[in-house]
Write a protein that binds this ligand. Structure first.
Ligand code: TYM
Length: 345
């Protein structure tokens, strides 16, 4: 086959590829919850789809951030994406604030999201309860910016943890509402939320989601934690007074450890139960800790290398902003035209 023909075939193949968008806030050090609930699925889908993975710094400022820390976490989050195996050659990796169309579309979509809908968002209710001194309008309209992120790229699929499901449903509602008024404008996105790992719980309070904003460091495992720290945190994980490793209602701590172990080993719950038959919780916790620590080790090594090369990370940011910006502009222009805004050539 001639080179041109090969390129043409490749183009047709690429055109058919569906698109993925997802993002993570640089609001702290990323946790095992972010890794299992999001990044691992980003990787899984990366070859099969055209993927855009964003560091959503504009979302992060709905809660007060120390500027130097926000900047550092932004570099770190990008470095973690790459260290986990998301190559900037195969995926568009970028920073949200580098593509101004997110904020512009967010304003527009805010006029198609209802006050009542936003008031019902459970994350808004939780976050405002925890930040009673700073219940700002951004916290309230946060899901509109998230809808803009997704709809701007006409994403077909959005890999997220279960905590983002309600926001995703709102993005679908906004897209359908807009399409209903102006005709087909946005792809209505689906969520990608696999059962195992969709909600990793705190190791200290297994009825609570593992979160990077937890003030108890024993509650979460950071992707960048040292091996000893990881193993220690798993050994201290809160379980129950039973001693059989089995997945069952009411055994939140053990269920959580089983889902983490299953995510890293690919073993089913039945296989895990057989593996630890006759063994106590102590052996199981050590095995989970060692497996997670071994799995994260290469990521930490690559992360440390990348963080010494800021200019490389900046070149990735720049390339990503250009690629994402081109796609974003296409949708924004289409939307503005439909709305009746005057477009200057
Ligand atoms: P964020 O930054 O809180 O979390 C990033 C991703 O990690 C998932 N996640 C978890 N999954 C399983 N168990 C956990 N304990 C856990 N903790 C976090 C989250 O579900 C998420 O997928 N609003 C989003 C960021 C965002 C976004 C978007 C996502 C902004 N725009 C557009 C998708 C598409 C957020 O705050 O995620």
């Amino acid at each position: 086959m001639s080179e041109d023909k090969i390129n043409a075939t490749e183009n047709i193949k690429n055109e058919k590829k569906k698109r993925i968008f997802s993002g993570i806030q640089p609001s702290g050090t990323l946790t095992l919850g972010n890794y299992i609930g999001a990044i691992r699925n980003f990787l899984l889908l990366s070859g099969e789809y055209d993927c855009l993975y964003c560091v959503v710094d504009e979302h992060a400022i709905t809660v007060r951030q120390v500027p130097a820390e926000l900047r550092r976490h932004t570099y770190e989050t990008l470095a973690i994406y790459i260290a986990c195996g998301l190559s900037p050659e195969e995926n568009i990796l970028f920073i949200q604030s580098h593509v101004h169309q997110h904020a512009e579309l967010s304003w527009i979509l805010g006029c198609y999201a209802m006050f009542g809908e936003l008031s019902r968002m459970t994350q808004f209710k939780d976050k405002s309860a925890n930040n009673s001194e700073n219940i700002n309008a951004g916290l309230f309209t946060y899901p509109v910016l998230m809808a803009a992120d997704i709809l701007l790229y006409q994403a077909d699929l959005v890999p997220v943890g279960i905590d983002q499901k309600q926001h995703l449903e709102l993005a679908r509602t906004i897209a359908e509402r807009f399409n209903g008024i102006y005709g087909d404008t946005f792809v209505v996105p689906d969520g990608y939320i696999p059962e195992v790992g969709m909600k990793i719980m705190s190791l200290a309070e297994p009825t609570k989601k593992m979160s990077k904003s937890d003030t108890n460091v024993n509650g979460y495992v950071a992707i960048l934690d040292e091996p000893d720290t990881i193993i220690r945190k798993f050994r201290r994980a809160v379980t129950d007074s039973d001693s059989t490793v089995r997945y069952a209602e009411g055994k939140d701590g053990i269920n959580n450890l089983m889902s983490i172990y299953s995510s890293f080993t690919g073993k089913s719950y039945n296989e895990i139960e057989s593996e630890f038959e006759g063994k106590g919780y102590g052996d199981f916790k050590t095995a989970v800790g060692e497996t997670v620590s071994d799995g994260l080790k290469p990521i930490r090594t690559e992360f440390n290398r990348l963080m010494t090369d800021k200019s490389y990370l900046e070149s990735v940011m720049k390339q990503g902003a250009e690629q994402a910006g081109r796609l974003a502009e296409r949708t924004l222009k289409k939307v503005q035209k439909k709305l009746g805004f005057v477009l200057l050539k």
